[in-house]
Every structure is written in C-alpha cells, then in structure tokens.
Design a protein around this ligand. Structure first.
Ligand SMILES: Cc1ncc(COP(=O)(O)O)c(C=O)c1O
Length: 335
C-alpha cells in the first residue's frame, strides 16, 4: 500500500478529457502567456477562489514544480543571494535556490531571518506539504508587509488551497492580505491535486503584473510553454467546481479512515488541518517508523526528506484508491 507519494489515482474529469481531445489538432506553437480564454479562466478563478479583486498578472506553467525549481533563476536570483524556505517543506524550494546558486535559509518566522540584506525571495506554503499546516491571514499579511519593506519577493505555494479540512486556507492574493496591491507578491497554483491533472502538467502563477511580465519574457525565450491541448483542458478544469467537490469528498473519506486507523495504532497526528497528507509521529526516528510500516506492507515518506526538523515524523498520503486505503487501515489494526 503505497502512501508515500502524493500522486492522484482517481479519474481525470470527463469534461477535461473532452476539452483536451477537442483541442488536439494543434499544429502551431502555443502562446507562452496562455490563450485569452485560459488567461481569463485563471484570473476568474483567482478572483473567486482566492478573493483577489485587483488587476493581477497571470501565467500558465508546465505544472508548478518546474516553476518552483526555476523561479529564483528566472527572477535573476543568484550567487550571493539568499532564498528563505520553510523549516520543513517540499524539497524543490531548496533545489530551485541551489540551481540558481543562491544560499538557503530555513525559517518559519520573520524574526528568525533577521535583517539579512542578501534575502531576495521568500517561499511560504499554505496548506503545507508535508505538515498540512495552514498559515493564518495575519501571518500572511506580516510576511507580505515585511517583503515589501525590504524589496523581497514573497511567493506563496498554494497547490493545496482547495483542500482545507479543519480550517479554511487563505490565499496570499486575498484582498484581506494584499489590499488589492500585488507588488512583490506571487501565488503558485496547480491543477494536479485539485483536478487530478498531475499527468497533464498544468499549473499557473498569479500576482504582481511586473514580475509576471518579467517571467513571461524569459519563459518565452526559454521554451517554457504549456501545450495547447493542455491549455484548453485547464480552461475546462478551472471553469468547473463540481468535480473539485467530488474529489474533496473522496479524500475526506480516505482521510477519516486513515486518521482513525493511525490514531488507534498509537500515532499522533500533527497539524494536517488541510492538504493531502497526515503528518504522523510515534515519537521515534522517522526511519524506524517507515521500517515498521513497511513490514506491514505500507509505504510512507520519512520526515527527514522535508528538513532536519522533521526527523520524527512520517508523511502518509491520502492519494490511494479506496481499496488500498481500506487495506492499509486493516494492516494498521493489527499493529
Ligand atoms: C507544495 C507543492 N508544490 C508544488 C508541487 C508540484 O506540483 P505539480 O508540479 O504537479 O503542479 C507539489 C507536488 O506535490 C507540492 O506538494
């Protein structure tokens, strides 16, 4: 029972597959900026789902991982600069800083960063992978204000925004955070989890129009272009919320089963109020827990993958079929 990776297993919505098929006669080069229809769909979704009422810049990306990995480079961050990432986080933030030749600081609070003038970019991730923690509105506002005062770009990875369970995740683009002024702020989004489109590679970024223009100019010349049929599929996915509600219900049911089974087996669940994972611990080294789970046929991701501060946690993904989730719960019952 592989609960170690967050790869969707449920079907691609029929309307999205149809849109992809209908757009498959695509002999010409696609627009790096996205078709006018896609740009409007992204802007509309950011207004509705993120509460962003101002004039946003938007840009489709080939999934969000490539943007996370290349954003520091694309924005001209380089040797001698610092990129701040969460203390426990998705490993690609560090990869992106290293590809740019920049130094990484892991920090969750602004006071921990201090007055370092080398800081050029700060990543936040709410809901978090792997912890499922949600950053409150006031925290987001403080980070945005802090970034603006120092000319530091604030980038919020919001791939799991539509998966709040015990709290309502807030976007950094929400009017309550930015006041409609997106200067120095970007939000990264993905349709991989929301719409089961990980295989299509469909993401986008919205925020500061000047930063988006800069990204577009470089990405055009670097060939970072979303294929035309995928652009059409993204429009269909963004314009529909019914499939998102259905998918959420599947994950909610799996989450209940796994959470109950893990708790009964003596695990403590930390954070996990949103997102696709149960951040779990038996208060022992994560590799001992991974090993004990593996002996029961269950694969989990060791916390150590996500930062030195996570050495006692494992990440259990909700992205397995109902049958596999039930089987895992059965194995946990024999703990
Ligand atoms: C926090 C976070 N950001 C970005 C991604 C990349 O997602 P994708 O490239 O499928 O959009 C993931 C994937 O798991 C993730 O967990």
């Amino acid at each position: 029972m592989d609960l170690s990776v967050g790869t969707p297993v449920d079907p691609v919505p029929a309307s999205v597959r149809q849109a992809l098929a209908d757009a498959s006669d695509a002999p010409g080069y696609p627009l790096t900026a996205g078709t006018p229809r896609l740009r409007a769909a992204i802007a509309g979704w950011l207004a509705r789902a993120c509460g962003a009422s101002g004039e946003l810049g938007v840009l489709p990306t080939i999934g969000s991982k490539e943007l996370v990995a290349w954003l520091p480079t694309l924005l001209g961050v380089g040797p001698g600069d610092v990129v701040v990432i969460p203390s426990v986080c998705y490993p690609t933030y560090e990869v992106g800083a290293k590809l740019a030749g920049a130094e990484v600081i892991r920090a969750d609070s602004l006071t921990a960063i201090g007055p370092d003038p080398r800081v050029k970019l700060i990543w936040i991730n709410s809901p978090s992978n792997p912890t499922g923690k949600v950053l409150p509105r006031d925290h987001l506002r403080k980070v945005v204000d802090w970034g603006r005062e120092r000319g530091v770009v604030v980038v919020s990875d919001e791939c799991y925004l539509s998966l709040g369970w015990e709290s309502d995740p807030v976007s950094v683009l929400s009017d309550e955070v930015t006041g409609g002024d997106y200067t120095g702020v970007l939000a990264v989004h993905s349709l991989s989890k929301r719409s089961n489109l990980a295989g299509y590679r469909a993401g986008f970024v919205g925020g500061d129009p000047a930063l988006i223009r800069e990204l577009l100019a470089v990405r055009k010349h670097a060939g970072m272009i979303v294929p035309a049929p995928v652009q059409a599929a993204m429009v269909a996915a963004l314009d529909d919320e019914a499939h998102v509600t259905e998918q959420r219900a599947r994950y909610a049911a799996r989450r209940d089963i796994l959470r109950t089974a893990l708790t009964k087996a003596g695990f403590e669940i930390s954070h996990s109020e949103a997102g696709l994972y149960l951040w779990s611990t038996r208060d022992e080294d994560c590799w001992a827990t991974v090993d004990a789970l593996a002996r029961r046929g269950i694969l989990a991701a060791p916390g150590a993958f996500y930062g030195p501060a996570a050495a006692k946690h494992v990440r259990i993904a909700l992205t397995a079929t109902d049958e596999r989730v039930a089987a895992a719960a059965g194995r946990l019952a024999d703990w």
